[in-house]
Every structure is written in structure tokens, then in C-alpha cells.
Ligand binder design. Structure first.
Ligand code: DGJ
Length: 629
């Protein structure tokens, strides 16, 4: 039967944080407390452990679930959510973060109606379309007041987030693995662990909730090889060259970047196998010597001579049909018997549920990473999972494949982090298609979107910031007119927007003017000087890019002695009203010197506000650096 009647049998309370085998999870020491609640169904002989991790300082509670088959017959799990939370009230709003490729994580807010409202992914990744982070809040909640609950799933595959307003006017929030195409067989004695969910409650609006998540993600989730050090300002060649490059072209891009203070050169897609377009080469992880004669051993020293470190792009989960790997192992790709493949970006997905596939791919990548001095990897993933069928699983167990695939991805990421602890991994999934806490555990930063247009990015980064910290959002200054929107925005404004993320460049700086290069040099120096404030400061959203004619945000140092305010205007009109921007998080008693000039009292900046300059051209920006006297 499908019945389950789980009854309480006991509990354990311990210091420290539980961990989950094969799954990413929050971690830490004695600042955590763990509660384990034991349940059992005496008929089907299943036992369940509910794990709760409490990090009181951050008001953060995590939850994970483990099911064990204690009986003598197989048990099939068809649904296993990570979080199920009942609220004694129905009048709440449900906030989700939705979009598509190049327009990820746009905020949507609506009051809950009776019935179930949900967002989900059935794509095998957390997806561009919905994010495994949602908020339930009071109708009146805003940035600074009102009760809100943020819930995230520490998982990178198909998920379901559902809020139900019940017939009794209560709310139930459910978050976990998507039950679509999920069926996991537990043989006697076997166990299944569902991914971790994490919950933050803020009585003071979204701003406080976000800051709690940011700090917990930075300090208790991400394994950052640069922890305590600065992450490098990078330049990536993708938008400048796509597949059309050779060693000299790459070196010329690096040569233009190094004198401006840029520290890391990243070689993107196209360096391996036969890869001159997206139709071939994936899976053949050895250097294409036609493009790079002498291989990485010849190229990397040329970059390092410029004083830059070297990074490389990979897409381990994929295979092109036109590749040696596919010709040798056609059954290593996911694909249903007797059906044609559904292709995405002309490529197939490797069956990462199979250890031999993972061992082969990782072996090849490990050889590349170990062959020379590499300090950064961009891990890309450019299509959804569609033909979800493994040649290695019996028909009755194909419902395990979506999740087994994700476990396989985590396995390789884990091996890479262990074998190359000095390498910074940046996640990417056709831009921001897998921007979730599961990936962040292994990849401290994730390319936020394939859309680097500074004005579109304001909305994308705004939505992303509700859960994820600035230091996690890959953001670059790219060339204008922008490839996607055709919009031209000054290099100053592009820099301000990219500084609301990890900060880097994605263009050939040989095609900039001397004046622009001077600006870039100053930007890089400014970013480095204020790195801690920008990347680790408390983050405040000062306006909503969907509502206001400008977007503004602020970072404040934990001791409130310093702040950086950034503002970008995106809709100019004649006879614009006089506006002030009220700053947040400052010390009301302190006197702040603004950009080395006038001194303003903290309480005035927070109550009366700073007069917003009336822009006289498109997409202008301003930054205010405040230092307490
Ligand atoms: C998609 C990524 O988002 C881009 O930045 C770039 O790496 C391409 N893939 C390369 O194929």
C-alpha cells in the first residue's frame, strides 16, 4: 500500500552539526546544535530520522530526512520532501524567483489563495526558470518590517516548492526533491537521505532575512579556498572570442588586462578536443594543439609571466556525439531505448549515475588540472536533462536517475575540491541555470546569468540577492553594445554593476580607448581597496529595480565605520522630481565623510537621505564611499 503512519519513538540532542553522506550541507562546530527526532512505521518497517540543525546566532534552522528500510522486503519511496512547515495563519504572501535563460530570478509576489501554489524544476538542474528559494511573509512585509520566512533547498536538481493555503486557513510550506519521475527502491537495511533545507525567520523584513542567509552561506556553507583572502579579479575570453582563438590571441587579451590590475586569466570553452563550434568535442578533455601548440605547458607560463594566474573552463557532465568519448562509449549518454535523442545545444548528457563514467571523466580532467599551474575552474553545464534513462539501471529503478545524476555531480565536485584544495571553482549552467546552495557548497561563486547587460543585471542581481551573497554572484563588465540587448552603457556604470558581484571582465580590452582603460584601472584598484566591505559587508537593498527609476544598494562594514552606496539610473524623464535616497544600517551617532569631501551625520543620511543627482544622460551611476570620522 502507499500508507505510512510514522509515529514518534524518541529523540537525540547533541552539540555540533550533523552531516549528510554524499550531499552538501551547512557545517560548523559547537555553535550548532542538532536535534534528531526518531519516527517509525511498525507495519511497513520503515524508520525515519528528522535532523534539525540550529544555528542560533543566525536564526537559521536546517532540516534533513533519512529513511531506513528496517524490514525484510523492498520498500519504494515515491516522495520524500526535506521541509514541511505548518503556519497557524493563512493570510500570507508567497514570493518566488522566476525567469528564463538570460533573465533569471525575477521576483514574483502574490497573496496565497486557497489550494496549492508551487514552483518547481523537472529539468535535472535547479533551473533558470525557478529557484529553490522561496519566501512566505505577511502581506505588509517589506525590506525593513514584517515577519518573513525564507526557505532554501541545498540541492541542485529537480525540486518542488509548494505553499498550500488550507481549507482551515492555515498555510503549509513544502520543499524538497521533485516527486516527478522519482521512485527510489530501498532494499532491506538500506537508507535514503533527502537533501537539506534551510530556513530563516526575520521579524524585520526581507533585508534582515537576506543578511542572515548571506552570512550563513558565506561562513557555514561554502568551502572557499580563498576564505580570508581576496578572490582574484578575472578576465574571461568567452564573449571576446567564443570558439575562435589560438594561444596568441589569448595572450594578447591577457596582455591588455594585466597592466590594469586584473589578476586571473580564464580560458573558456574551445581549448580541447575538436571544438570549433558547439557541435563537437565535449568529453575529449585533452588540449587541442592546433589552437594551443605545446599545450597548457606552453600557454600557462606566458600568462604567468604577465603576473596573472590561469583558469580553465570545463563541462564535465556533457558529451558531443562527434567526440572520441561518444564513439567509444555511446551507452554512456542518457537516452531511452528505441527513441531518438532530444538534443540541447547539440549535445548529450553523460550518465553520471555510473561510477565508471564519472571515473573516466574525472580522470581526464584531473590530468589536465594537475598538468600545470591552474588556480580556477569554471564548471559549466549547458542543457537540461531530458531523456532520463540509464543503460545501467533496470527499468524498475529508472525513477532514481534524476537524483543519482545529481549525486554523481556532487561526487566529482567533492573529489575535485579534495584533490585541488587551492582551486577556486566557479559554477555555471548556461549562465544562472543552477544557482543554488547545493552548488555553492562546492563552487563559492556562480556565473549569475549569460546576460551581462548592466541594466538587465540590476534585476537579476536584485532577485538573486534575496538569498545569495554578493560574493557568490559571478558578474563581469562586458563589451558594448551588449551582445544580447544591443544597449550601450558606460564602462563606469558597467563597473558599478559588476561590483555588486564577484567582479571581473569579459571582453578584449585591446578594443577599448585609453580613457576607458584608465577608468578600468581605477575600478580595479577601488574594488581591491574596498574588497572586504564590498564582498563581506552587510548588504542592503535601497530600491526596487522593478518599481523605481534607479536601483541602489549599499554595503556596510560590520562595525558600521564604512559604507559603500551604489546607484544606477535606468529610466530618465523630463521634470523628474527631487528625490532622496535613505541609507540604511549606519551608526546614527556617527559623522560620515562622503567620498573624501563633505561630512554627513548618520541619522540624517538614514532619515532625510542623500539627494539623488538628477541624471542628464542614460544609465548613469554614482558611488558614495562613507567613512566615519
Ligand atoms: C555558457 C556560459 O554561461 C558562458 O559563459 C560560456 O562559458 C559558454 N557556455 C561556453 O560554451
Amino acid at each position: 500500500s502507499r500508507l505510512a503512519d510514522l509515529r514518534y519513538t524518541g529523540y537525540e540532542l547533541k552539540k555540533g552539526k550533523y552531516s549528510l553522506p554524499g550531499l552538501p550541507a551547512f557545517h560548523g562546530g559547537e555553535e550548532w546544535e542538532t536535534l534528531v527526532i526518531h519516527l517509525a512505521d511498525s507495519t511497513c518497517k520503515a524508520s525515519v530520522k528528522l535532523y534539525y540543525g540550529v544555528l542560533e546566532d543566525r536564526d537559521l534552522i536546517t532540516r534533513a530526512v533519512q529513511v531506513v528500510n528496517e524490514g525484510s522486503r523492498p520498500l519504494r519511496l515515491r516522495r520524500c520532501a526535506s521541509l514541511c512547515l505548518d503556519f497557524q495563519r493563512g493570510d500570507m504572501d508567497f514570493i518566488t524567483f522566476n525567469g528564463c535563460h538570460a533573465q533569471e530570478r525575477n521576483l514574483d509576489r502574490a497573496p496565497l489563495r486557497q489550494g496549492v501554489q508551487s514552483v518547481e524544476s523537472v529539468r535535472g538542474t535547479s533551473s533558470h526558470h525557478h529557484n529553490p528559494f522561496v519566501i512566505l511573509c505577511e502581506h505588509s512585509a517589506n525590506e525593513d518590517c514584517g515577519v518573513c520566512y525564507g526557505a532554501m533547498l541545498v540541492y541542485s536538481g529537480s525540486f518542488l516548492a509548494a505553499a498550500e493555503r488550507t481549507q482551515l486557513e492555515n498555510n503549509r510550506l513544502l520543499l524538497g526533491l521533485n516527486p516527478y519521475h522519482f521512485c527510489w527502491t530501498l532494499e532491506p537495511g538500506q537508507s535514503f537521505t533527502a537533501p537539506e533545507a534551510a530556513l530563516v525567520c526575520s521579524p524585520n523584513g526581507f533585508g534582515q532575512m537576506s543578511r542572515q542567509f548571506h552570512r550563513a552561506i558565506r561562513e557555514n556553507l561554502i568551502h572557499d579556498p580563498c576564505q580570508g583572502k581576496r578572490r582574484p579579479v578575472l578576465i574571461n575570453n568567452w564573449e571576446a572570442t567564443e570558439f575562435d582563438f589560438d594561444a596568441d590571441k589569448l595572450v594578447r587579451i591577457a596582455q591588455a588586462a594585466a597592466p590594469l590590475g586584473i589578476e586571473l586569466f580564464v580560458m573558456d570553452d574551445g581549448w580541447f578536443g575538436v571544438r570549433n563550434s558547439d557541435r563537437s568535442g565535449l568529453g575529449d578533455w585533452s588540449v587541442n594543439e592546433k589552437k594551443l601548440p605545446g599545450g597548457l605547458e606552453a600557454l600557462v607560463p606566458r600568462i604567468r609571466e604577465l603576473g596573472m594566474s590561469f583558469g580553465i573552463w570545463i563541462e564535465p557532465e556533457m558529451v558531443s556525439e562527434d567526440s572520441d568519448l561518444y564513439r567509444a562509449h555511446p551507452d554512456w549518454a542518457l537516452g531511452a531505448p528505441n527513441r531518438p535523442f532530444a538534443r540541447g545545444r547539440n549535445q548529450l548528457v553523460l550518465d553520471f549515475s555510473r561510477k565508471e563514467v564519472r571515473d573516466h571523466v574525472y580522470g581526464a580532467i584531473k590530468q589536465v588540472l594537475g598538468s600545470t599551474c591552474i588556480s580556477y575552474v569554471k564548471w559549466d553545464m549547458n542543457r537540461s536533462l531530458t531523456d532520463v534513462w540509464s543503460a545501467a539501471l533496470p527499468a524498475s529503478r529508472q525513477g532514481e536517475l534524476f537524483h543519482r545524476f545529481v549525486l554523481g555531480v556532487y561526487d566529482i565536485l567533492d573529489r575535485m575540491c579534495r584533490d585541488f584544495p587551492h582551486i577556486l571553482i566557479e559554477g555555471c549552467c548556461g549562465g544562472g541555470g543552477r544557482f543554488d546552495a547545493g552548488m555553492l557548497y562546492y563552487t563559492p561563486q556562480i556565473w549569475c546569468s549569460d546576460n551581462p547587460d548592466a541594466i538587465d543585471r540590476l534585476r537579476i542581481q536584485y532577485g538573486t540577492s534575496f538569498c545569495y551573497p554578493i560574493s557568490a554572484m559571478g558578474a563581469h563588465v562586458s563589451a558594448v553594445p551588449n551582445q544580447q540587448t544591443g544597449r550601450s552603457v558606460s564602462v563606469e556604470t558597467r563597473g558599478v554593476v559588476a561590483m555588486a558581484g564577484t567582479f571581473g571582465y569579459e571582453m578584449d580590452l585591446n578594443y577599448t580607448t585609453q580613457e576607458e582603460r584608465e577608468t578600468i584601472k581605477k575600478q580595479v584598484a577601488f574594488f581591491k581597496e574596498h574588497y572586504d566591505l564590498i564582498q563581506r559587508g552587510d548588504y542592503y537593498r535601497l530600491s526596487d529595480p522593478f518599481a523605481a527609476p534607479f536601483t541602489a544598494w549599499e554595503q556596510v562594514s560590520p562595525d558600521r565605520r564604512e559604507a559603500l552606496v551604489s546607484l544606477v539610473s535606468h529610466a530618465n524623464h523630463a521634470a523628474a522630481p527631487f528625490r532622496t535616497l535613505r541609507l540604511k544600517g549606519l551608526d546614527p551617532e556617527a559623522q560620515y565623510r562622503v567620498n573624501g569631501g563633505e561630512v554627513w551625520p548618520g541619522d540624517v543620511l538614514m532619515t532625510a537621505g542623500w539627494p539623488v543627482p538628477i541624471p542628464t544622460g542614460d544609465y548613469q551611476s554614482a558611488q558614495l564611499y562613507l567613512r566615519a570620522e
